[in-house]
Design a protein around this ligand. Structure first.
Ligand code: SIN
Length: 283
């Protein structure tokens, strides 16, 4: 199988992977090419796919072990590796309009945040319900030298519990149990994260889960996080993915922040996400 990669942005950020059928096992050479591509491009788009849950999981496992999300209410009953982002629910899962209408990096509140996420669309509204992606390598590169110096060696505090109930959907999100809360204590990560394989530097803060900067007074810390977030989400760094049924988008959480957009929720929206485990971010 020879893969081809078609640019979807004028920068290196997003490519479409052509000539691949994800319902079939992917050979070793293609997996190696995809691993290389996710380091080079940060977002790989596969269009026109028809895959079942086993095939989604099998393809995802080519890139690492899979994360089981803390909020079990969203996991498909027979496939805990899959989080169902389904506004009507699915097989008893709690309905959810999207994975987060705020800028975030998946599960950055864990000590070892996931390397990547693979989101597959099964039902989409006629308009809206896009996912926006911000290129955190480009955002870092474009910072002025003063800001680069200011954030070098600095660590940010990430957390889930405090945010979870506020974040979403007019209180529709489930309440976290004591056991779930115990899974997500606050953690710290470097504000500038280095990709171990390529040495590239990315900004690693996000609106959703970054609560502040370690050791910095609250107001100053919040202002810095907001400034970095506003910088990273400028249109120059953002790709807008308009979903079609059968799209699978694989993004690199080490280098990408994302945010779902609004839509008319009288239409169904149903997406399945697998999440690949990652390692401890390094500065
Ligand atoms: C996510 O946050 O993982 C999914 C975003 C979406 O629902 O568009």
């Amino acid at each position: 199988m020879t893969l081809s990669f078609k640019p979807m942005t004028t920068t290196r950020f997003v490519v479409e992977v052509e000539d691949i059928d994800l319902s079939k096992p992917v050979d070793g050479a293609s997996v190696a090419a995809l691993r290389k591509a996710i380091n080079e491009h940060s977002i790989l788009v596969f269009r026109g796919q028809t895959i079942d849950n086993d095939q989604h999981i099998a393809f995802s496992r080519n890139f690492g072990d899979l994360e089981i999300h803390t909020v079990k209410q969203y996991l498909l009953p027979d496939y805990p590796e899959i989080i169902a982002l389904a506004n009507r629910g699915e097989n008893g899962t709690t309905p959810i309009d999207n994975g987060g209408a705020y800028w975030h990096t998946d599960i950055s509140y864990k000590a070892k945040p996931p390397m990547g996420s693979l989101l597959y669309s099964l039902e989409v509204p006629p308009e809206g319900g896009d996912t926006l992606f911000a290129d955190m390598y480009a955002a870092y590169d474009a910072l002025d030298d003063d800001m680069k110096d200011r954030i070098e060696g600095v660590r940010a505090v990430h957390g889930y519990a405090a945010r979870f109930s506020q974040m979403g959907e007019g209180g529709k999100r489930p309440t976290l149990s004591a056991e779930q809360l115990a899974e997500v204590p606050e953690v710290t990560h470097p504000v500038v994260r280095i990709n171990r394989e390529t040495g590239r530097r990315a900004l690693y803060v996000n609106e959703g889960f970054t609560q502040g900067i370690e050791g910095m007074p609250m107001v100053e810390s919040r202002t810095l996080v907001d400034t970095l977030n506003a910088h990273a989400t400028q249109p120059d760094f953002v790709y807008d993915h308009r979903w079609r049924v059968g799209d699978l988008v694989f993004w690199d959480n080490r280098a990408v922040m994302h945010c779902a957009t609004a839509y008319d929720t009288s239409y169904p929206r149903r997406m399945h996400r697998t999440t690949i485990q990652g390692d401890m971010p390094i500065a």
